[in-house]
Design a protein around this ligand. Structure first.
Ligand SMILES: Cc1ncc(COP(=O)(O)O)c(C=O)c1O
Length: 218
């Protein structure tokens, strides 16, 4: 066996990994166009509406509502879908803190459910064990872009009358059985924070097919 680079062997990689974000003239020109338009906010500018429409369409959703972060998107989506004070929401124990903190922020109680070690996503059989008469919602997280088992999540939701809010912060472009994630449950939330595949520095969006949820979120 060859010697590891750390022990003086030849490194496999000699160039540094590319930096993130990757950007060029396209981004500079788009940004310059907005700056020069003088329409920097969504009240007078067109870019927000355009992006909401394009992203929702790409992700197979009827409505898109942009927010200032993925965390805000989750927080708003919960309230818009009528989850609030005293309600319990099932959430995987392994995720970014905002999945749980948005539930608390909405006045509800996060109930942690273990993950399936093969997928790192919520274990739906274990989720069912944690259902009480206060359980009102479930928040599957599509961890690292790998969709949660949405057939199982939707079946559980149907059986126990639960509202499904997808945490799709890391799941831009992900599909479940040919359908893009986000609006498969009542609503789904994405992040455009600087480490994500679409990087706005900070940003987020709620997707939904439900007209009332969209109206409430807006
Ligand atoms: C799974 C998950 N949920 C929620 C968020 C929150 O998104 P944001 O950082 O845009 O508030 C993130 C990203 O950081 C995330 O990875």
């Amino acid at each position: 066996m060859s010697t590891l680079a750390i022990n003086g062997g030849t490194p496999v990689r000699t160039e540094p990994f590319p930096v993130w974000p990757i950007w060029g003239d396209e981004e500079i020109n788009a940004l310059t166009q907005v700056v020069k338009s003088g329409k920097w906010g969504s009240l007078s500018g067109e870019k927000t509406g355009e992006f909401e429409h394009m992203f929702a369409q790409y992700q197979d959703a009827k409505h898109g509502i942009l927010t200032n972060s993925g965390t805000t998107a989750l927080r708003l989506a919960l309230t818009a879908a009528d989850i609030g004070r005293g309600d319990e929401v099932l959430v995987p124990a392994y995720t970014f803190i905002a999945s749980a903190s948005s539930i608390i922020d909405a006045g509800a109680i996060p109930i942690f459910v273990d993950i399936d070690p093969n997928t790192y996503n919520i274990d739906v059989a274990k989720a069912e064990e944690r259902i009480t008469d206060k359980t009102r919602g479930i928040m599957p997280v599509h961890f690292a872009g790998r969709p949660a088992d949405l057939d199982a999540v939707l079946a559980l939701a149907e059986k126990h009358n639960l509202i499904v809010i997808e945490d799709a912060a890391q799941a831009w472009g992900s599909e479940w059985k040919g359908k893009r994630v986000g609006a498969i449950g009542a609503a789904g939330c994405f992040s455009f924070q600087s480490s994500k595949n679409i990087n706005a520095g900070e940003g987020g969006i709620i997707l939904t097919n439900d007209d009332l949820v969209a109206k409430m979120a807006r």
